[in-house]
Design a protein around this ligand. Structure first.
Ligand SMILES: [Zn+2]
Ligand SMILES: [Zn+2]
Length: 457
């Protein structure tokens, strides 16, 4: 019995198995090296090359493959400023299932695009689980995020800066600009109108998230999730390349080289949110999903109802709480004005130290600063711990009461000789208009006399 191997059956089973292995390979490099290992394997591949290649593409890119393929095919075909019915659709993967080598090269590039992966991790950290910087999104959440991201990228590729260059000459007159702008608005709206409302909400959430990153880099916000602002920078970044917003997160606003040409400004003004909210309005949908309702993309927010460790406020919960794992999101470029405002008394205008205080702030990351404040904790804060989750108000309170002590500590650390304390401490007004006095005494301390200005130096 053991010797009665049936050759036909065996060969069929082997071919089946080989095909199973081929379609589960993670990328095209593996596929190439596998099919070159033997003639038999190569022959199996040759029987179903399209489906094997498509399966490997799926393994590589994930469930958002149709959106990714649509993006790369439209880009490769240079489909700029086309109405939605002339743009390839997300069903193009069914209509033209054979992947060309150009498709494959582009898909490999898109799957290796760390910017989209990094944006997903950042999105997860800010919108799902504030404890982890790496993506904690479920497969469904991740797929929704990626689909929305590819759709945003396609929108930008088809109707953004390249479209502008394709429809207008640099010396166009006002009439030409206006008619091109009108046409562009119609095309953009047509693009968003092709999606269902839940899909639009996913796109909107990612778009607002990206604008929030830019608002953070603008450095005006402090201890709150930066609101998505409609700044020219945010519109311009989305108009050029949404995935590059991660560079703004890492390097600041300098990496947006904003175009200041007046005609083009008209083109990128409210580039995405304009047509998107216009479609929502036509569908009698609210502009954005109300705060209390489930937000797009994320099914479950980890610690959604966690409360501030100190005040237990029920107003600020979950994602708006700050602890060691997310202090670093607070800012990259410190919001100097907001932080300086928290200094006590008149010490922010101290003639001897104010410039240096700003320099030290610029050199200190958000995480280093907040952790540093805890190192100088005053007795009133004995129940406060670094591991606490703090709401905006409590974090501001901690900063207000410790910033001056922390700064004095930084001066000591760099070897400054600290002079004797002025009796009026941070409340001394003389420090703001007499340099000699500001230099002669230390003002980064508690007053031990009333807050009247001293009569002499
Ligand atoms: Zn609190
Ligand atoms: Zn003084």
């Amino acid at each position: 019995m053991g010797n009665t191997v049936q050759p036909m059956r065996s060969s069929f089973t082997n071919a089946d198995l080989v095909e199973c292995v081929l379609v589960s390979l993670p990328d095209f490099r593996c596929l190439a090296s596998t099919i070159l290992t033997s003639k038999t394997i190569y022959n199996v591949f040759q029987q179903h090359p399209r489906s094997v290649v498509r399966s490997v593409a799926y393994n590589l890119v994930g469930p958002a493959l149709p959106q990714a393929l649509r993006l790369v095919r439209c880009q490769n075909a240079q489909l700029y400023s086309k109405p939605i019915d002339e743009l390839l659709g997300e069903d193009d993967i069914q209509k033209n299932p054979a992947l060309s080598s150009e498709d494959i090269i582009s898909l490999v590039a898109i799957s290796a695009c760390v910017q989209i992966q990094e944006l997903e991790s950042l999105f997860s950290w800010r919108m799902k689980d504030r404890r982890f910087k790496t993506s904690q999104l479920s497969l469904a959440e991740s797929t929704r995020f990626q689909k929305a991201m590819y759709r945003l990228c396609l929108f930008s590729a088809a109707y953004g800066c390249k479209a502008y260059q394709s429809v207008l000459e640099p010396d166009s007159d006002l009439e030409e600009v206006e008619s091109a702008l009108e046409a562009a608005r119609t095309l953009r709206k047509g693009f968003f109108d092709s999606f269902s409302t839940p899909e639009l909400r996913d796109i909107q959430r990612v778009e607002m998230f990206l604008r929030g990153i830019i608002a953070r880099a603008e450095g005006d916000c402090f201890t709150t999730i930066p609101p998505a602002t409609y700044s020219p920078e945010s519109s311009y970044a989305l108009y050029c390349a949404p995935h590059k917003v991660i560079d703004v997160y890492k390097e600041g606003l300098d990496c947006i080289d904003i175009c200041e040409e007046e005609d083009e400004e008209l083109f990128f003004h409210n580039f995405m949110d304009g047509p998107l909210t216009s479609v929502l309005a036509d569908r009698k949908e609210p502009n954005i999903i109300p705060v209390k309702q489930k937000q797009a993309i994320i099914d479950e927010v980890i610690g959604e109802h966690d409360r501030c460790s100190q005040c237990q406020s029920d107003i600020v919960q979950g994602l708006d709480l700050w602890g060691p794992s997310n202090w670093s999101y607070l800012w990259d470029t410190p919001p100097l004005y907001s932080i300086t405002q928290l200094l006590k008394g008149y010490v922010s205008a101290n003639l001897a130290d104010k410039a240096h205080f700003t320099t030290v702030l610029r050199e200190t990351s958000a995480a280093e600063l907040v952790e540093g404040l805890f190192d100088y904790k005053t007795p009133a804060y004995y129940t406060w711990n670094k591991e606490d989750w703090l709401c905006r108000q409590c974090l501001e309170k901690l900063m207000r009461d410790h910033l001056h002590i922390w700064y004095l500590g930084q001066k000591v650390k760099r070897g400054d000789v600290i002079p004797g304390n002025c009796w009026y401490g941070y409340n001394c007004r003389t420090q703001t208009h007499k340099l000699e006095h500001a230099q002669k005494l230390n003002h980064w301390c508690e007053p031990i006399k009333g807050d009247a200005p001293p009569t002499n130096i």
